[in-house]
Design a protein around this ligand. Structure first.
Ligand SMILES: *Cc1c(COP(=O)(O)O)cnc(C)c1O
Length: 465
Protein backbone atom coordinates (compact mmCIF):
# COMPACT_ATOMS: atom_id res chain seq x y z
CA UNK A 1 0.00 0.00 0.00
CA UNK A 2 1.36 3.41 -0.94
CA UNK A 3 0.18 6.98 -0.42
CA UNK A 4 -2.00 6.97 -3.57
CA UNK A 5 -3.75 3.90 -2.22
CA UNK A 6 -4.02 5.61 1.15
CA UNK A 7 -5.85 8.57 -0.42
CA UNK A 8 -8.30 6.22 -2.14
CA UNK A 9 -8.89 4.04 0.92
CA UNK A 10 -9.21 7.04 3.21
CA UNK A 11 -12.20 8.15 1.14
CA UNK A 12 -13.62 4.62 1.30
CA UNK A 13 -13.11 4.66 5.06
CA UNK A 14 -14.88 8.02 5.37
CA UNK A 15 -17.85 6.69 3.37
CA UNK A 16 -17.92 3.59 5.52
CA UNK A 17 -17.79 5.73 8.68
CA UNK A 18 -20.76 7.77 7.53
CA UNK A 19 -22.85 4.67 6.79
CA UNK A 20 -21.77 3.12 10.09
CA UNK A 21 -22.89 6.12 12.11
CA UNK A 22 -26.18 6.28 10.19
CA UNK A 23 -26.80 2.60 11.02
CA UNK A 24 -26.23 2.82 14.76
CA UNK A 25 -29.85 3.12 15.89
CA UNK A 26 -30.63 -0.13 14.02
CA UNK A 27 -27.84 -2.00 15.80
CA UNK A 28 -27.90 -3.42 19.33
CA UNK A 29 -25.67 -1.20 21.51
CA UNK A 30 -23.75 -4.25 22.68
CA UNK A 31 -23.07 -7.27 20.46
CA UNK A 32 -24.60 -10.64 21.22
CA UNK A 33 -21.31 -12.54 21.18
CA UNK A 34 -19.51 -15.14 23.32
CA UNK A 35 -15.91 -14.66 24.50
CA UNK A 36 -13.48 -16.16 21.98
CA UNK A 37 -15.99 -16.21 19.11
CA UNK A 38 -14.46 -13.22 17.35
CA UNK A 39 -10.90 -14.53 17.63
CA UNK A 40 -12.10 -17.80 16.08
CA UNK A 41 -13.39 -15.84 13.06
CA UNK A 42 -10.07 -14.09 12.40
CA UNK A 43 -7.70 -16.86 13.49
CA UNK A 44 -4.84 -17.19 10.98
CA UNK A 45 -1.07 -17.69 10.92
CA UNK A 46 1.09 -14.56 10.88
CA UNK A 47 1.06 -13.23 7.27
CA UNK A 48 4.29 -14.02 5.45
CA UNK A 49 3.22 -12.49 2.12
CA UNK A 50 1.43 -9.18 1.55
CA UNK A 51 -2.32 -9.27 1.06
CA UNK A 52 -4.38 -6.86 -1.03
CA UNK A 53 -5.90 -4.07 1.03
CA UNK A 54 -9.33 -4.83 -0.51
CA UNK A 55 -9.38 -8.11 1.32
CA UNK A 56 -8.25 -6.65 4.66
CA UNK A 57 -10.75 -3.82 4.41
CA UNK A 58 -13.51 -6.24 3.47
CA UNK A 59 -12.70 -8.48 6.46
CA UNK A 60 -12.89 -5.42 8.68
CA UNK A 61 -16.33 -4.32 7.50
CA UNK A 62 -17.65 -7.90 7.50
CA UNK A 63 -16.33 -9.00 10.90
CA UNK A 64 -15.36 -6.18 13.24
CA UNK A 65 -18.38 -3.86 13.69
CA UNK A 66 -20.74 -6.71 14.63
CA UNK A 67 -18.31 -7.74 17.36
CA UNK A 68 -18.04 -4.26 18.88
CA UNK A 69 -19.89 -2.40 21.60
CA UNK A 70 -20.98 0.83 19.94
CA UNK A 71 -19.81 3.71 22.11
CA UNK A 72 -21.17 6.26 19.64
CA UNK A 73 -24.63 4.67 19.72
CA UNK A 74 -27.17 7.33 20.76
CA UNK A 75 -28.64 4.93 23.32
CA UNK A 76 -25.36 4.18 25.09
CA UNK A 77 -26.20 5.00 28.73
CA UNK A 78 -23.56 2.79 30.40
CA UNK A 79 -20.37 3.86 32.25
CA UNK A 80 -19.60 7.39 31.04
CA UNK A 81 -19.60 8.43 27.38
CA UNK A 82 -16.51 8.52 25.15
CA UNK A 83 -17.88 11.10 22.77
CA UNK A 84 -16.30 11.80 19.40
CA UNK A 85 -17.64 14.87 17.64
CA UNK A 86 -17.13 14.62 13.86
CA UNK A 87 -14.76 17.61 13.97
CA UNK A 88 -12.51 15.85 16.48
CA UNK A 89 -12.52 12.68 14.34
CA UNK A 90 -11.39 14.76 11.37
CA UNK A 91 -8.60 16.28 13.44
CA UNK A 92 -7.44 12.79 14.42
CA UNK A 93 -7.14 11.91 10.72
CA UNK A 94 -4.93 14.92 10.17
CA UNK A 95 -2.81 14.16 13.23
CA UNK A 96 -2.47 10.61 11.91
CA UNK A 97 -1.37 11.93 8.53
CA UNK A 98 1.53 13.85 10.04
CA UNK A 99 2.21 11.09 12.57
CA UNK A 100 4.41 13.36 14.66
CA UNK A 101 5.85 12.57 18.06
CA UNK A 102 5.37 15.65 20.20
CA UNK A 103 7.77 14.98 23.08
CA UNK A 104 9.68 18.27 22.76
CA UNK A 105 8.85 21.72 21.45
CA UNK A 106 11.45 21.10 18.75
CA UNK A 107 9.92 17.80 17.61
CA UNK A 108 6.45 19.35 17.10
CA UNK A 109 6.34 23.13 17.58
CA UNK A 110 2.72 23.58 16.48
CA UNK A 111 1.50 20.69 18.65
CA UNK A 112 3.30 22.11 21.65
CA UNK A 113 2.02 25.66 21.25
CA UNK A 114 -1.50 24.55 20.39
CA UNK A 115 -1.49 22.46 23.57
CA UNK A 116 -0.78 25.60 25.59
CA UNK A 117 -3.55 27.46 23.75
CA UNK A 118 -6.27 24.81 24.16
CA UNK A 119 -5.39 24.37 27.83
CA UNK A 120 -5.99 28.09 28.22
CA UNK A 121 -9.23 27.96 26.19
CA UNK A 122 -10.51 25.12 28.36
CA UNK A 123 -9.44 26.90 31.54
CA UNK A 124 -11.46 29.94 30.51
CA UNK A 125 -14.32 27.78 29.21
CA UNK A 126 -14.65 25.97 32.53
CA UNK A 127 -14.59 29.26 34.44
CA UNK A 128 -11.21 28.70 36.11
CA UNK A 129 -9.15 31.79 36.91
CA UNK A 130 -6.05 32.85 35.02
CA UNK A 131 -2.87 31.44 36.45
CA UNK A 132 -3.70 27.76 35.90
CA UNK A 133 -1.56 26.15 33.23
CA UNK A 134 -1.70 22.47 32.40
CA UNK A 135 -1.05 19.62 30.03
CA UNK A 136 -2.81 16.83 28.12
CA UNK A 137 -2.41 13.22 29.27
CA UNK A 138 -3.88 10.04 27.83
CA UNK A 139 -6.18 9.34 30.76
CA UNK A 140 -7.37 10.64 34.11
CA UNK A 141 -5.63 7.67 35.71
CA UNK A 142 -2.28 9.00 34.46
CA UNK A 143 -3.11 12.57 35.50
CA UNK A 144 -4.11 11.49 39.02
CA UNK A 145 -1.04 9.28 39.25
CA UNK A 146 1.14 12.26 38.25
CA UNK A 147 -0.57 14.43 40.87
CA UNK A 148 -0.05 11.78 43.57
CA UNK A 149 3.62 11.30 42.65
CA UNK A 150 4.01 15.06 43.00
CA UNK A 151 2.29 14.98 46.41
CA UNK A 152 4.69 12.24 47.44
CA UNK A 153 7.75 14.22 46.37
CA UNK A 154 6.53 17.44 48.00
CA UNK A 155 6.07 15.53 51.25
CA UNK A 156 9.59 14.07 50.93
CA UNK A 157 11.33 17.31 49.97
CA UNK A 158 11.83 15.90 46.44
CA UNK A 159 14.18 13.22 47.73
CA UNK A 160 12.03 10.17 46.97
CA UNK A 161 12.85 10.18 43.25
CA UNK A 162 16.58 10.00 44.03
CA UNK A 163 16.78 7.91 47.19
CA UNK A 164 13.78 5.62 46.90
CA UNK A 165 11.22 5.11 49.62
CA UNK A 166 12.71 2.44 51.85
CA UNK A 167 14.11 4.83 54.46
CA UNK A 168 11.34 7.41 54.14
CA UNK A 169 8.52 8.21 56.58
CA UNK A 170 5.17 6.58 56.04
CA UNK A 171 3.03 8.89 53.86
CA UNK A 172 -0.75 9.26 53.97
CA UNK A 173 -3.29 10.26 51.32
CA UNK A 174 -6.93 11.21 51.88
CA UNK A 175 -9.89 10.73 49.56
CA UNK A 176 -13.59 10.25 49.97
CA UNK A 177 -15.22 6.85 50.24
CA UNK A 178 -16.68 7.65 46.80
CA UNK A 179 -13.30 8.28 45.09
CA UNK A 180 -12.57 6.46 41.82
CA UNK A 181 -10.33 3.37 41.74
CA UNK A 182 -7.70 5.41 39.87
CA UNK A 183 -6.94 6.99 43.26
CA UNK A 184 -6.32 3.50 44.72
CA UNK A 185 -4.11 2.73 41.75
CA UNK A 186 -2.12 5.94 42.30
CA UNK A 187 -1.68 5.11 46.01
CA UNK A 188 -0.50 1.60 45.15
CA UNK A 189 1.85 2.45 42.30
CA UNK A 190 3.36 5.56 43.86
CA UNK A 191 4.82 3.40 46.61
CA UNK A 192 2.61 5.10 49.19
CA UNK A 193 0.50 1.95 49.43
CA UNK A 194 -3.16 1.13 49.53
CA UNK A 195 -3.17 0.96 53.32
CA UNK A 196 -2.03 4.57 53.47
CA UNK A 197 -4.96 5.82 51.42
CA UNK A 198 -7.46 6.98 54.04
CA UNK A 199 -11.05 6.74 52.83
CA UNK A 200 -12.81 9.60 54.61
CA UNK A 201 -16.52 8.94 55.23
CA UNK A 202 -19.19 10.97 53.44
CA UNK A 203 -21.71 13.24 55.19
CA UNK A 204 -24.75 11.19 56.14
CA UNK A 205 -27.89 12.10 54.20
CA UNK A 206 -26.09 14.51 51.84
CA UNK A 207 -27.62 14.26 48.35
CA UNK A 208 -24.17 15.00 46.87
CA UNK A 209 -22.51 12.24 48.98
CA UNK A 210 -19.63 14.59 49.82
CA UNK A 211 -16.66 13.90 52.03
CA UNK A 212 -17.13 15.07 55.63
CA UNK A 213 -14.61 17.94 56.10
CA UNK A 214 -14.52 17.44 59.88
CA UNK A 215 -13.76 13.75 59.41
CA UNK A 216 -10.98 14.78 57.01
CA UNK A 217 -9.49 17.10 59.61
CA UNK A 218 -9.72 14.44 62.34
CA UNK A 219 -8.08 11.83 60.10
CA UNK A 220 -5.15 14.14 59.35
CA UNK A 221 -4.76 15.05 63.03
CA UNK A 222 -4.85 11.43 64.10
CA UNK A 223 -2.15 10.54 61.55
CA UNK A 224 0.07 13.43 62.68
CA UNK A 225 -0.35 12.34 66.30
CA UNK A 226 0.67 8.81 65.28
CA UNK A 227 3.86 10.10 63.65
CA UNK A 228 2.71 9.53 60.04
CA UNK A 229 3.26 12.11 57.31
CA UNK A 230 0.19 13.40 55.40
CA UNK A 231 1.00 14.02 51.71
CA UNK A 232 -2.19 15.26 50.03
CA UNK A 233 -5.95 15.25 49.60
CA UNK A 234 -7.82 14.02 46.51
CA UNK A 235 -11.31 15.46 46.03
CA UNK A 236 -14.01 14.38 43.60
CA UNK A 237 -16.46 16.31 41.47
CA UNK A 238 -18.77 13.74 39.92
CA UNK A 239 -17.63 10.33 41.19
CA UNK A 240 -18.04 7.44 38.79
CA UNK A 241 -20.35 5.28 40.83
CA UNK A 242 -23.16 7.74 41.65
CA UNK A 243 -21.71 11.17 40.80
CA UNK A 244 -20.59 12.14 44.33
CA UNK A 245 -19.31 15.73 44.64
CA UNK A 246 -17.09 16.70 47.55
CA UNK A 247 -17.58 20.07 49.20
CA UNK A 248 -14.40 21.56 47.76
CA UNK A 249 -14.91 24.96 49.38
CA UNK A 250 -14.97 23.26 52.81
CA UNK A 251 -12.26 20.61 52.22
CA UNK A 252 -9.47 22.63 50.58
CA UNK A 253 -9.14 24.97 53.60
CA UNK A 254 -8.74 21.87 55.80
CA UNK A 255 -5.97 20.59 53.53
CA UNK A 256 -4.33 24.02 53.40
CA UNK A 257 -4.44 24.40 57.18
CA UNK A 258 -2.20 21.32 57.29
CA UNK A 259 -0.06 22.52 54.37
CA UNK A 260 -1.31 19.74 52.08
CA UNK A 261 -1.64 19.90 48.27
CA UNK A 262 -5.00 19.04 46.67
CA UNK A 263 -6.04 17.32 43.45
CA UNK A 264 -9.61 17.41 42.13
CA UNK A 265 -10.84 14.47 40.04
CA UNK A 266 -13.56 15.83 37.74
CA UNK A 267 -12.84 13.35 34.94
CA UNK A 268 -16.48 13.14 33.87
CA UNK A 269 -18.22 16.17 35.42
CA UNK A 270 -15.54 18.69 34.44
CA UNK A 271 -17.06 18.98 30.96
CA UNK A 272 -20.33 20.25 32.46
CA UNK A 273 -18.51 23.25 33.92
CA UNK A 274 -18.72 25.00 30.55
CA UNK A 275 -22.26 25.81 31.79
CA UNK A 276 -22.04 28.32 34.67
CA UNK A 277 -25.11 26.93 36.48
CA UNK A 278 -23.26 23.66 37.22
CA UNK A 279 -20.15 25.30 38.70
CA UNK A 280 -21.71 25.31 42.17
CA UNK A 281 -20.83 21.57 42.19
CA UNK A 282 -17.13 22.44 42.41
CA UNK A 283 -17.35 25.76 44.22
CA UNK A 284 -13.94 26.62 45.67
CA UNK A 285 -12.04 24.68 42.96
CA UNK A 286 -9.88 27.71 42.11
CA UNK A 287 -7.88 26.97 45.29
CA UNK A 288 -6.89 23.46 44.10
CA UNK A 289 -3.31 22.67 43.09
CA UNK A 290 -4.29 20.20 40.37
CA UNK A 291 -7.54 19.39 38.54
CA UNK A 292 -8.21 16.64 36.01
CA UNK A 293 -11.05 16.42 33.49
CA UNK A 294 -11.44 14.29 30.38
CA UNK A 295 -12.52 16.15 27.23
CA UNK A 296 -12.78 12.63 25.78
CA UNK A 297 -15.76 11.82 27.99
CA UNK A 298 -18.71 14.20 27.85
CA UNK A 299 -17.24 17.11 25.88
CA UNK A 300 -16.69 15.35 22.55
CA UNK A 301 -12.93 15.11 21.92
CA UNK A 302 -12.23 11.70 20.46
CA UNK A 303 -10.64 9.29 22.93
CA UNK A 304 -8.07 9.81 24.32
CA UNK A 305 -7.48 13.24 25.87
CA UNK A 306 -7.31 14.04 29.56
CA UNK A 307 -6.52 17.57 30.72
CA UNK A 308 -4.70 18.31 33.96
CA UNK A 309 -4.77 21.91 35.13
CA UNK A 310 -1.92 22.92 37.42
CA UNK A 311 -1.69 25.97 39.66
CA UNK A 312 2.10 25.70 39.50
CA UNK A 313 3.72 23.12 37.22
CA UNK A 314 7.13 23.37 38.91
CA UNK A 315 6.63 20.61 41.56
CA UNK A 316 5.29 18.20 38.94
CA UNK A 317 8.19 18.96 36.59
CA UNK A 318 10.60 18.46 39.50
CA UNK A 319 8.96 15.06 40.03
CA UNK A 320 8.44 13.80 36.47
CA UNK A 321 10.95 15.73 34.35
CA UNK A 322 14.30 14.44 33.18
CA UNK A 323 16.67 16.06 30.72
CA UNK A 324 19.27 13.54 29.54
CA UNK A 325 21.81 14.78 27.02
CA UNK A 326 20.01 13.28 24.04
CA UNK A 327 16.84 15.27 24.86
CA UNK A 328 18.59 18.61 25.30
CA UNK A 329 17.65 21.21 22.72
CA UNK A 330 18.90 24.75 22.26
CA UNK A 331 16.74 27.31 24.04
CA UNK A 332 15.14 24.69 26.31
CA UNK A 333 14.80 27.34 28.99
CA UNK A 334 12.49 29.47 26.85
CA UNK A 335 10.16 26.72 25.57
CA UNK A 336 7.94 24.17 27.29
CA UNK A 337 8.76 20.52 26.71
CA UNK A 338 5.60 18.80 27.87
CA UNK A 339 7.20 15.38 28.29
CA UNK A 340 8.65 16.83 31.49
CA UNK A 341 5.11 17.27 32.84
CA UNK A 342 3.84 13.76 32.05
CA UNK A 343 4.67 10.09 32.40
CA UNK A 344 5.56 8.88 28.87
CA UNK A 345 8.32 10.52 26.88
CA UNK A 346 6.53 10.12 23.54
CA UNK A 347 3.38 12.16 23.10
CA UNK A 348 0.58 12.24 20.54
CA UNK A 349 -0.67 15.48 18.98
CA UNK A 350 -3.84 15.51 21.10
CA UNK A 351 -4.35 19.26 21.11
CA UNK A 352 -5.49 19.25 17.48
CA UNK A 353 -8.80 17.47 18.14
CA UNK A 354 -9.61 19.83 21.00
CA UNK A 355 -8.82 22.84 18.79
CA UNK A 356 -11.10 21.49 16.04
CA UNK A 357 -13.82 20.58 18.53
CA UNK A 358 -13.96 23.94 20.29
CA UNK A 359 -13.89 25.88 17.03
CA UNK A 360 -16.39 23.71 15.15
CA UNK A 361 -18.96 23.42 17.95
CA UNK A 362 -18.25 26.53 19.99
CA UNK A 363 -18.78 26.52 23.72
CA UNK A 364 -22.42 27.44 23.07
CA UNK A 365 -23.05 24.29 21.02
CA UNK A 366 -21.38 22.02 23.55
CA UNK A 367 -23.16 23.73 26.45
CA UNK A 368 -26.56 23.19 24.83
CA UNK A 369 -25.91 19.45 24.46
CA UNK A 370 -24.85 19.08 28.08
CA UNK A 371 -27.84 21.09 29.32
CA UNK A 372 -30.14 18.88 27.27
CA UNK A 373 -28.55 15.73 28.69
CA UNK A 374 -29.04 16.94 32.25
CA UNK A 375 -32.69 17.92 31.59
CA UNK A 376 -33.47 14.62 29.83
CA UNK A 377 -31.81 12.59 32.61
CA UNK A 378 -34.09 14.34 35.12
CA UNK A 379 -37.11 13.58 32.95
CA UNK A 380 -36.13 9.92 32.55
CA UNK A 381 -35.48 9.54 36.30
CA UNK A 382 -38.91 10.99 37.09
CA UNK A 383 -40.55 8.61 34.59
CA UNK A 384 -38.73 5.60 36.09
CA UNK A 385 -39.75 6.65 39.62
CA UNK A 386 -43.39 6.46 38.50
CA UNK A 387 -43.08 2.86 37.25
CA UNK A 388 -44.47 0.10 39.42
CA UNK A 389 -41.82 -1.53 41.63
CA UNK A 390 -39.07 0.92 40.63
CA UNK A 391 -37.19 3.22 42.99
CA UNK A 392 -34.69 5.95 42.04
CA UNK A 393 -31.91 5.40 44.59
CA UNK A 394 -29.47 8.29 43.89
CA UNK A 395 -29.48 11.51 41.90
CA UNK A 396 -29.75 12.73 39.32
CA UNK A 397 -26.42 14.48 39.89
CA UNK A 398 -25.92 16.25 36.57
CA UNK A 399 -27.01 13.50 34.15
CA UNK A 400 -26.25 10.44 36.33
CA UNK A 401 -28.73 8.58 38.50
CA UNK A 402 -29.28 5.06 39.80
CA UNK A 403 -32.41 3.01 40.35
CA UNK A 404 -33.48 -0.44 41.45
CA UNK A 405 -36.41 -2.74 40.76
CA UNK A 406 -37.88 -4.55 43.79
CA UNK A 407 -34.73 -6.20 45.26
CA UNK A 408 -31.08 -6.95 44.42
CA UNK A 409 -31.69 -10.21 42.59
CA UNK A 410 -34.59 -8.86 40.51
CA UNK A 411 -32.62 -5.71 39.66
CA UNK A 412 -29.74 -7.85 38.44
CA UNK A 413 -32.07 -9.97 36.32
CA UNK A 414 -33.64 -6.85 34.85
CA UNK A 415 -30.21 -5.50 33.89
CA UNK A 416 -29.36 -8.76 32.12
CA UNK A 417 -32.65 -8.60 30.25
CA UNK A 418 -32.05 -4.96 29.25
CA UNK A 419 -28.63 -5.71 27.83
CA UNK A 420 -29.76 -8.85 26.05
CA UNK A 421 -32.54 -6.79 24.47
CA UNK A 422 -29.93 -4.37 23.04
CA UNK A 423 -32.03 -1.24 22.46
CA UNK A 424 -30.33 0.51 25.37
CA UNK A 425 -27.14 -0.23 27.32
CA UNK A 426 -26.94 0.21 31.11
CA UNK A 427 -24.44 -0.88 33.79
CA UNK A 428 -24.58 -1.48 37.53
CA UNK A 429 -22.94 -0.36 40.75
CA UNK A 430 -23.44 -0.83 44.48
CA UNK A 431 -24.70 1.90 46.76
CA UNK A 432 -25.13 1.49 50.53
CA UNK A 433 -24.69 -2.22 50.03
CA UNK A 434 -27.50 -2.44 47.48
CA UNK A 435 -27.26 -3.47 43.84
CA UNK A 436 -28.41 -0.56 41.66
CA UNK A 437 -28.51 0.17 37.92
CA UNK A 438 -26.70 3.31 36.70
CA UNK A 439 -28.01 5.59 33.98
CA UNK A 440 -25.90 8.36 32.52
CA UNK A 441 -27.15 10.51 29.68
CA UNK A 442 -24.40 12.09 27.65
CA UNK A 443 -23.90 10.50 24.24
CA UNK A 444 -23.12 13.25 21.74
CA UNK A 445 -25.95 12.49 19.30
CA UNK A 446 -28.64 11.28 21.65
CA UNK A 447 -32.07 12.87 21.45
CA UNK A 448 -34.86 13.18 23.99
CA UNK A 449 -36.60 10.24 22.25
CA UNK A 450 -33.50 8.07 22.74
CA UNK A 451 -33.43 8.92 26.44
CA UNK A 452 -37.15 8.34 26.97
CA UNK A 453 -36.68 4.90 25.45
CA UNK A 454 -35.11 3.96 28.83
CA UNK A 455 -38.37 3.96 30.86
CA UNK A 456 -40.20 2.37 27.91
CA UNK A 457 -37.77 -0.56 27.69
CA UNK A 458 -37.67 -0.95 31.49
CA UNK A 459 -41.44 -1.11 31.80
CA UNK A 460 -41.73 -3.61 28.98
CA UNK A 461 -39.00 -5.94 30.29
CA UNK A 462 -39.98 -5.63 33.96
CA UNK A 463 -43.40 -6.95 33.01
CA UNK A 464 -41.79 -10.18 31.83
CA UNK A 465 -39.67 -10.82 34.95
C1 LIG B 1 -13.53 7.91 34.06
C2 LIG B 1 -13.05 8.37 35.37
C3 LIG B 1 -11.72 8.13 35.77
C4 LIG B 1 -10.75 7.32 34.95
O1 LIG B 1 -10.56 7.91 33.72
P1 LIG B 1 -9.52 7.31 32.66
O2 LIG B 1 -9.29 8.47 31.75
O3 LIG B 1 -10.23 6.18 32.00
O4 LIG B 1 -8.31 6.87 33.37
C5 LIG B 1 -11.32 8.64 36.98
N1 LIG B 1 -12.16 9.32 37.77
C6 LIG B 1 -13.44 9.56 37.42
C7 LIG B 1 -14.33 10.33 38.33
C8 LIG B 1 -13.92 9.08 36.20
O5 LIG B 1 -15.19 9.32 35.85
Amino acid sequence: MNHDDLAYWSKRAADWARAYHASLRERPVRPDIDPGAFRARIEAPVPEEPEPIERIFDDFTRLVPDAMTHWQHPRFFAYFPANAAPASMLAEQLANAMAAQAMLWQTAPAANEMEALVIDWLRAGLGLPEGFTGTIHDSATTATFSAVLTMREKALGFEGVAKGLSSMPRLRLYASAEAHSSVDKAARLSGIGQENLVRVPTRPGDPLHSMDPEALDSAIRADLAAGLRPAGVILATGGTSIGACDDIAACIPVAKAHGLPTHVDAAWAGSAMIAPEFRRLWEGVEAADSIVFNPHKWLGAQFDASVQFLRDPAPQIATMGLRPDYLKTPGAETVVNYNEWTLPLGRRFRALKIWFLLRAEGLSGLRQRIRNHVAWAEEAAAAIARLDGFEVVTGPILSLFTFRFRDDATTERLLEAVNRDGRIYLTQTRHDGRYVIRVQVGQFDCTREDVMMIPTVLQELAGRI
